[in-house]
Write a protein that binds this ligand. Sequence first.
Ligand code: KIV
Ligand code: ZN
Length: 508
Amino acid sequence: MTDNVIIFDTTLRDGEQAPGCSMNLREKIEVARSLERLRVDVIEAGFAISSPGDFESVRAIAGAVRDCTVASLARCNAKDIDAAWEAVKVAADPRIHVFIATSPIHMEYKLRMKPEEVLEQAEAMVRYARRYCPNVQFSAEDATRSDLDFLAKVCAAAIRAGATTVNIPDTVGYTTPIEMRERIEYLRANVPGAEDVIFSVHCHNDLGLAVANALAGVSGGARQIECTVNGLGERAGNTSLEEAVMAMRTRPDLYPVRTRIDTTQIYRASKTVYSVIGQKAPLNKPIVGANAFAHESGIHQHGVLANKQTYEILTPESVGVHTNNIVLGKHSGKHAVEDRLNDLGYHPTPEELEVFFQDFKELCDKKKNVTDADLEALAEQRAVLDEVEEEGGYELDWFAVHTSNFTTATCTVSLLKDGERHQDVALGDGPIDAAYNAIDRIVQPGPHTFNIFNIHSISEGKDTLGDVTIKLTSEGRTYTGKGLSTDIIEASITAYLKAMNKLCAAAK
Ligand code: KIV
Ligand code: ZN
């Protein structure tokens, strides 16, 4: 029997906690659904005590997801654990994940606790969590900079108290593959009760070794990997789910293990996560970057034509990348569009298809050839729509900009709301700033911070769609707006209006 490696996804906790990656509730649910389709075993939905918003999203995800374990993080104290349990208890399979730091530097300067106190606290709090839930994970934060004997004692205490998973985090991305493998081997051989629990690894990528260290953990006997889609996470990120999973799948000779992951959903999940945070995969990102399966040089092309395996160790299809890029256009009918969406992994309801087809037709008026990338962008945009948009709010009627490199840009904006027209004009540092100033004059939003403005082209060519993401924050909540158009000023205005509508609706 081949061993199973549990895939514990922490995109919604460790990933979301990284600067520029915050998500609102609706976006988190969207990502959670993607993770469920991907068939991860465990979704770490958040850190319930950290804010009311986090608590609500952990609870909502616990209620929405049926096919994965849902975990909430908690420090080793009763209040955190109470909140974690309150948030995850509705899950089909809830897990409480408690952690405490075990390295000398963290214990002395962060916790201001003696090692014996940490040991005692870890044991008491795992026991406390077990009173609520049979599925308790214990993490020894900064484990790879902890004294090995002390780490073994803490793990033994956690197991005595009822932990079912023991996680060894490389919190600061400091370890190396050999060291990680040896550490896991040592703990499995020397911690009393080790045979009754799953050992797990959680590796940060500060030295670019996260995936290698996680795989080394598996070689040492870890049977859970903590990871994130696209490798999001604190600082340089976390173990990338898609890289770790595909490495194990591609090298069964080295990793005689299996996972539950439906690898054909990897590309779509990656796109969803990038779309939610308003980023795009770097071209050379393994597995999901645009160049990951591109063969440009003559020698490589020649080899691939003769036999794909000369330069391809895994197929694009195995991760859900479709290389038969069928181009649609204004003569394509609804069925052709639906077929293509299905091939790309999207299965809209008849009502959703109707709306999608309108978007598609509008795009065809502006762009002759609609590619898979365009269809995916339209589909992802629809997926992150907010109910506020459906209920109303401001809509763009028209805009006019005047700009040059020797005058101040001016923009006049006309917006519609509840059948009424609102118009204003403003100056700005460039046409987009001018447009946003005009919108502000009409909408008069409350205090907020403008956090992120990202713009990407979806495909190649001058008529490509511009994809704009905007994130505004107010009182700790994030409001995202996305705009997609062949005209980047229009896309920027649409994205801003969507974020503004959400901000204003929340302020009511
Ligand atoms: O990096 C880390 O140590 C963590 C723990 C809370 C598991 O994220
Ligand atoms: Zn971490």
